[in-house]
Every structure is written in structure tokens, then in C-alpha cells.
Design a protein around this ligand. Sequence first.
Ligand SMILES: C[S@@+](CC[C@H](N)C(=O)[O-])C[C@H]1O[C@@H](n2cnc3c(N)ncnc32)[C@H](O)[C@@H]1O
Length: 262
Amino acid sequence: MKNAKDILEQNKKGWNTVSHHFNGKDALPSYGPFAQTEDELQLFENIKDKKVLEIGYGSGHSLRYMASKGANELWGVDFSQSQKKAAEELLTGLGPHLFCAPMEKEIGLPKQYFDYVYSIYAIGWTIDLSTTFNLIYSYLKVGGTFIFSWDHPLYAHLHNENGKIYLKESYQDEGIRVFENFKGENVSMTIHRRKMATYINELIKAGFQIDSVIESDVSTCYKDEEEEISDRYYSLYKAKNFPATMIIKATKSVEEKWDHAR
Ligand SMILES: C[S@@+](CC[C@H](N)C(=O)[O-])C[C@H]1O[C@@H](n2cnc3c(N)ncnc32)[C@H](O)[C@@H]1O
């Protein structure tokens, strides 16, 4: 099995190759495939004049959404050079602070600075959830909010065959999964499978107060859509029967826990 450093390197190479498949996908106001949107959920209370940091900014579309809502400072971390290039182009003229680095790494981002840290379909890629959440906690002001979306941890184990949805592999097994030929490209990518409780407990350990856990229904725009039975990983049929996306909102309500923990 590869060590953590090798996995990070391999995933980074992979994202540099597959990033064009994700241009503008999984970006705010959407929280994920078929998921309820920010317009429906209103998790960000007031973006105007706020300092925001996106973890895994991808093509930059969510940061552009933040700018359109009046955010004062746009910051982001993503380890893929090709995503950085795409985001820089998209955000031309908006003065973003974009960093090309792993989310698990201390890179000297300002502490106790941000009103919002958020992440749309990127957190689950981390190879070290605990360090990632501790770092995010340290970036937030007291009273600041962290919002992220990712595959619902159980959804990732569900498979669909001719309309029958079943558990293909154990939800208990939190090990890594290797995906060969990711998005049809000649790259392999590694993702950690984690339980819902692992995400919640790691947030609590980092010091967060959990405000909301959402097992997303499909967005209202899909409610009346005829659901074609499909065996694809993301399908409206599957998402109408089981939440494809989880969204968690958490607050930093007390002073640094990060420093005490070290
Ligand atoms: C599905 S995309 C996110 C799309 C983004 N929300 C948007 O608005 O375009 C996931 C992103 O996470 C980034 N990523 C994956 N693992 C990472 C890591 N360990 N550290 C930093 N970025 C990572 C990838 O480069 C990719 O851009």
C-alpha cells in the first residue's frame, strides 16, 4: 500500500489530468450532484463584506459565486496547478488569493481571520481529516462558520443494478479505495472511505460546534423530473431514494483549541 505522501502526490497528478472534467461542476450555489442548493438551504447567513476561504477551489466557480454575493476577500487552497490556472482565469479582476498546496498542510494562511471557510466536494479527498479540520478551525475567527459538502458516506457504498439499490461493500470498512482510470483518464486516484460519525467526531475533536447536518434531498428543480433508472454512480433515481450528498455546517464558538492540542 502507498504511504500518505505517495497518495497525495498521485492524487495531485491525477487532478492535474482530470480537472477539465470538473470545470464549474460541484460549485455553489449547488452543493453537489442533484443536491439542494444554497438558494434553497441558505446556510451562509450574510456573505457581504466577509472574508471567505475555499478548500479545494477547483475551477473557481464557487469563489466567483462568493464574489457575486459581495464577499470582501476571496481566498482558496487547492493542490492542483491546472485548477489554479483555471481559477485564476475565471477570477480575473477579482483579486483572489489562490494557493497551490495540499489542504492538509500548514502553509501560513492567516489564523483567526476568516468569517467563512467552505468546501464543495473536496474535503473527502483529504488524506488526513483530523489535521485538515484542525487547520480550518485555526483559520476561522471566533464566531466564524465552516460549511462543507461531500458524498453522503453511505451513498458511496450503494450500487444500483436495474433499479435495485443495494449495499455493495461494507460501510464498516473505512480503508482507502483506489480508482483506476479515473474519469476515463490514465490516472489512478485514492479516496478514503469514512463513516458519517467519523466526520462528525473529527469536527467535534477540532473544537467545532455542529449547527446542522443535512442529508440532502434532491433540489426542487429535479422534483418533477422523470427519474430514469440508471446504474451510474450519480443518478437522479439513486439520489431520490437515498441522499447523495451530506452537508455540514459548524461554528467556531470558542478560542483556539488547535494551539492547546499541540
Ligand atoms: C470536485 S473539485 C471541487 C470543485 C470546486 N468546488 C469548484 O467550485 O470548482 C475537488 C478539488 O479538490 C482538490 N483537491 C483534492 N485533494 C486535495 C488536497 N489534498 N488538497 C488540496 N486540494 C485537493 C482538487 O484539485 C479539485 O480541484
